[in-house]
Design a protein around this ligand. Sequence first.
Ligand SMILES: O=C(O)CCC(=O)C(=O)O
Length: 314
Amino acid sequence: MNESHKTARPKTKARPSRQVTPDEISAFSRDGAILLKNMLSQEWVELLTQGLEFAHNHPDGMSAGVSAPLRIDQFPASHSPQLKRLMDESPIAEIAGSIMNTPVCFYMDQMFYKPAGKIAASAWHQDTCYYNVDGQQLVRAWVCADPVPRAASLEMLRGSHRWNVTYRPPVGMDPKSDPEAAKKLDQDFAAGKVLIGREAHSQWTYFDSFLDPSLPELPAVESSRSSFDIMGWDYEPGDVILFHGNIVHSAKGGLTLPHPRRSHASLWAGPDVHYLRRRSQSIPDPLALYDYQPQDGQALMAFPEVFPIAWSPS
Ligand SMILES: O=C(O)CCC(=O)C(=O)O
C-alpha cells in the first residue's frame, strides 16, 4: 500500500440531522424547489464556512468577479480541501438523492460570495443551459454560511422546471460583436466539437463563449414580478435549499447586510442524466471527463471513474 492510500480518508457519509419527509418529496416534485429546515449540524456549517473562506482567499482561473460585489467560482471543491470534504462526507449527497429517491453522483459546484454591505443580485437564469448535461434527475443543493433574509435569498418560479424549455443563458458574448469567431463556433459545433475545452479550467470567463441566438430569451421576471408565481424563503445556516436543474431562479439583491452572504451550490445527477453537447455551453465539463470524450446520450453514470455514485437509496 502506498503512502497516499494509508492516509486517504474513507468517503463515508454522515447522515442528515433529520430525514426528508414524503410531503417534502411531493412538494419538490410539484414546485421544483424546496427549503429543507435544519438538515446540517453545526460541524458541517463550520466546514462550509472554512471552505468558502479558503476558496475566497485562493482565487483561481475560474474565479469571476474577484473583489466585485458578486464573486462566482466554478468547481471550488476541486481546490478547497474543506469544500471537497463537504462534498465527499457531508449528508448533502443523501439529501439531494432522497428528494428524487434515486442514486446520485456529484457533477459540479459553485461558490457565490457576496461581501457585507449592499448585497448584489444574481440574475434570473436556468442552470441546465450552461452545462453539457440533460435529464430530469438533476438537483441543486444550495447552502449558505450566513443567515439570509428572503430579500437576499434565492427566488424560484414555481413549477418552471416542468415548462420543457431551455432558455438562453443571460451572460455571454453577443455573436454580432465578432461575426467571424461566432461563425467558427457554429462550424465547430456542427462538426461535433466540444466548445469549451479542458484549458478553460485554467483560464475562463462567462464571456469566453457566444450567446446562442437559437434559444428563447428568459422572461422579463423582474420588471413584471406580479405576473409570476415567485417562491422564496428566509434561510438559516444548517438549512438546505434544493432546486431542480431546469427551474428558473435568481437571488434578490439590494438589501444591506452587516455580514457577508457566502453560499455554495452543488449539482447532483441521477441515472437519467446524460451528456448533451450544447451550443449554449458556457461552463466547462468536469476536468476528468475530457479524457473520456463522451457522446450525446451517454449517462453520466456510465463514467464511474469521473462520477462515482455518491449516495443510493437503501
Ligand atoms: O447564491 C446565489 O446568489 C445564486 C445561486 C444560483 O443562482 C445557483 O446556485 O444557481
